[in-house]
Design a protein around this ligand. Sequence first.
Ligand code: KIV
Ligand code: ZN
Length: 514
Amino acid sequence: MTTDNQIIIFDTTLRDGEQSPGASMNQPEKLRIATQLEKLGVNVIEAGFPAASEGDFEAVKAIAETLKTAQIAALCRANKDDINRGWQAVKNAAHPRIHTFIATSELHMKYKLQMTPEQVLEQAVESVKLAASYTDNVEFSAEDGSRSDPAFLCKVFEAVIDAGATTINLPDTVGYAIPEEYSELIKHVMQNTPNMDKAVLSVHCHNDLGLATANTLAAIKAGARQVEVTINGIGERAGNTSLEEVVMSLHTRPNFFPQTTSIDTTKIYPTSRLVSMITGILVQPNRAIVGANAFAHEAGIHQDGVLKNPMTYEIMKPETIGLSKNSLVLGKHSGRHALNSHIQEMGYNLSKEELNKVFEKFKHLADKKKSIQDEDIEALINEGVLRSSEVFTLEYINVVSGNTVFPTASVKLNINGRPVQGATAGSGPIDAVYNIISKLTGTTSELLRFTISALTEGTDAQGEVTVRLQEDGIVALGKGTDPDIITASALAYINGLNRLEYLKSHPIVKPDNL
Ligand code: KIV
Ligand code: ZN
């Protein structure tokens, strides 16, 4: 339940967020993120687009059947098949929602849909009626709303509210709006849709001009009551409005925004890390709220001020978003219990079996690295628990390299339980490792991007490698961490190959391409 002053947080990390290039997730990964979003206090979770693929359908269904308090929305185009399929996926949820959409701008109607405005209006109404025959929780979105004729928008909104829509969404689909203009449009729609008081007005902004959060906040000021957001702002093209920016703006500026949210802000940082780990999409260091530098003060004058009184330069406390102050935590002698309580403090709840796996990896790492920090523990959770449906796993790796030898790598892999091994050379150690892995797995992916960074400070830090692979037009990200950067590179490559395998058997079709 939300009060009148409370903004409804609709999170679409698992749907629009998954439309980020290479960000596709498998079912256990989606379930894990959904569970974390519920803990974060999100009101509505858009779990996916069930008509897009069998995999998406199953993931939405599993989320709907597992979560207890959040509303679970299924995205459906405005047609019978999509809505029937969407309902089958969410019908067992404690609080199901059907979210149906059709484009209303002249451009989209004429060129994409090749339909007249009258036909669009009729299809919108029919679809909402069908959705409302299943549930009284129906959202309607006017795709490309911000570029639609305001009079036509109001006409469509009035008709779909009469047909049973309880939430009306006005998206800035292509990230074209400017805050003042978007705010005027919101006000216009509220004043000129006679039955608007029977529905919640929602906004959904894309970040093509870097204005998604500004537009969303302007819309809240103008009277919008639901905001559609993603963790870390991931999403189609330049992404969506980020949950953390909107929530922390309301939280930090209560004198300007009387509106509140149900978000537990201390879970923002762990959720951001989880989404980054699972999708492999790194958070840029200077990103607001959740970036590595968001609370780092480099300049001496800032450091001095912060030491005297943190409020001199810090408008938010790191603890408010769940960034623990003391991240130097555990070492070789720490036991399972200490590890578990720290993992819980970081916002994760692992089963006994998962904890055992992470503990084993922790001991192994502690033998190599003196102090284990939060970033290391997150990486262990990623490697030990979050990875699933793996076709390929690494058994061992041995590399010879240097400035006087020809780099060679021998690798042993497990492919669906079958051991395979081989050795080959390359222009450098990573080239050699990737050559032999590609040969052993029989894959032909192209390496589009390779990045490496240190997870923490110190020369004994773990290396974190992210790769972007492409095979047969499918793009996947892979991530690997290890104190040995060649091993980290191999793990990232193997992770990317596993993701490609998953995507080949679970093709994802984006709503816009259907
Ligand atoms: O950006 C958009 O218009 C969307 C709709 C499907 C809501 O994602
Ligand atoms: Zn969108």
